[in-house]
Write a protein of this length. Structure first.
Length: 416
């Protein structure tokens, strides 16, 4: 087990109401500085200081260490204020067989925490005039039944299209052995699905809608989905370790953490090395490594520092212009959250934006998205008005909501 931490004393700065200004790299140190540190305005943390609870040795740090000491956490946690890491910790093993520890630069499977990249790709193409949010699925893709072809881009982005989700069906035991094979099967499944409700009448989380959005990105852009995201999101954001890695890469690349799936007897098994095995979580028996590669529905790969770079690039309008950045992050529809943890009076109503969730906690706006696979639990949050980014990446099945609840309270309580 290993841990490392860092803290930075932020300078006093001001911030715009939406906090969507340019992120500035400091060449001398290579440190990424957030829009606020470059000179913008908003409410400040008390005395302009990082609260003790969030510093190395503080209550949040101690909580993560206690989990790791009990072998209930394996992964990386990063808290950053004004673009500077305040707390960075890594515990456990990325590959137990090879005795490779998790570090701050370990690459993790994001599961559904990569869905916002799909939404962002759609918004980028809309900014270019190549996609309209009100247009129907059938405008861009062929072969769908009439009722599904009538679902709009907006409805798929906001989970109001009535499409399917793996939680509503049996897990997939098939093992795929190529990108083309996996892509063809997803296209087939999308066209064979049945709507669960009349589009637009309610909100229900639907991974299939994001699979279809990924197909739209490929069709409209003229390049494979994973290549589009690499070229137009990861590279402009400086996310050099992020990609949609294939299963052979997942197995061979020592930078990538293996998923350790919880079994009925309490043991954990390496999902990449044991495709015949599945987990015991939300979709019993599932194993995401069977899919060969991620897609519009999820399982891109990233690191904690890369996700911080994503937060800075997004808020610095490097991925969209200012108007479309606001469109991307602002709340669109309300509905019951997929997971919300214990009752908390500080938690406001949950909303969905065009990819991430867009909600309020303790009167502070944040965008976020989590993900879960057998042997993996992830979440990232960007607190839009108070210059905080929080990232939790784990290669165990864990109760990530309990960690997020402590993060949310500590960060929003830091505001005057």
């Amino acid at each position: 087990m290993n841990g490392n931490g860092s803290s930075a004393e932020p300078r006093h700065s001001r911030r715009s109401a939406l906090g969507l200004l340019c992120a500035v790299p400091v060449a001398a140190s290579g440190v990424l500085v957030s829009p606020a540190a470059a000179g913008a305005t908003s409410r400040q943390s008390r005395s302009g200081r990082v609260p003790e609870d969030l510093r190395p040795g503080g209550s949040f740090d101690r909580h993560i260490k206690a989990l790791a000491d009990r072998d209930e956490f394996s992964g990386t946690v990063l808290l950053a204020h004004r673009g500077r890491p305040v707390l960075s910790r890594s515990y456990g093993m990325a590959d137990k067989e090879k005795k490779i520890p998790n570090t701050k630069n370990t690459i993790y499977a994001l599961a559904s925490a990569s869905k916002p990249f799909t939404g962002l790709a759609i918004v980028q193409l809309a900014q270019q005039g190549k996609i309209k949010f009100y247009e129907k699925l059938g405008t861009y893709l062929d072969g769908f039944p009439a009722d599904i072809a009538a679902v709009t881009v907006h409805q798929m982005l906001t989970h109001t299209g009535g499409m399917a989700d793996p939680r509503n069906s049996d897990y997939e035991a098939r093992i795929y052995n190529g990108v083309e094979e996996r892509t063809a099967e997803l296209m087939k499944q999308a066209r064979e699905q049945k709507l669960r409700f009349v589009p637009g009448t309610r909100k229900e989380y639907a991974s299939m809608g994001y699979e279809v959005l990924g197909e739209i990105v490929a069709k409209v852009s003229g390049m494979p989905f994973h290549e589009y995201v690499r070229k137009h999101i990861f590279l402009p954001a400086g996310m050099t370790r992020s990609a949609y890695y294939t299963r052979p890469q997942w197995l061979a690349d020592e930078r990538i953490a293996h998923p350790y799936m919880l079994q009925e007897d309490g043991s954990r098994i390496d999902g990449v090395r044991h495709l015949d095995k599945g987990g015991t979580g939300m979709v019993k028996g599932s194993n995401s490594a069977r899919a060969f590669i991620g897609s519009g529905g999820g399982n891109g790969f990233s690191t904690a520092p890369d996700l911080l770079r994503f937060a800075l690039a997004l808020q610095g309008n490097k991925l969209l212009n200012r108007a479309y950045t606001e469109l991307y992050v602002n709340s669109k529809v309300s509905g019951p959250p997929m997971r919300e943890g214990p009752a908390d009076p500080a938690r406001g109503e949950g909303f969905h934006a065009y990819g991430p969730t867009s909600s309020i906690y303790n009167d502070q706006r944040y965008i976020s998205h989590g993900g879960g696979i057998s042997g993996g639990s992830t979440n990232w949050s960007i607190y839009l008005d108070i210059d905080w980014t929080a990232i939790v990446l784990c290669n165990y099945d864990i109760d990530v909501e309990a960690i997020i609840a402590k993060e949310r309270k500590a960060i929003t309580d830091s505001v005057d």
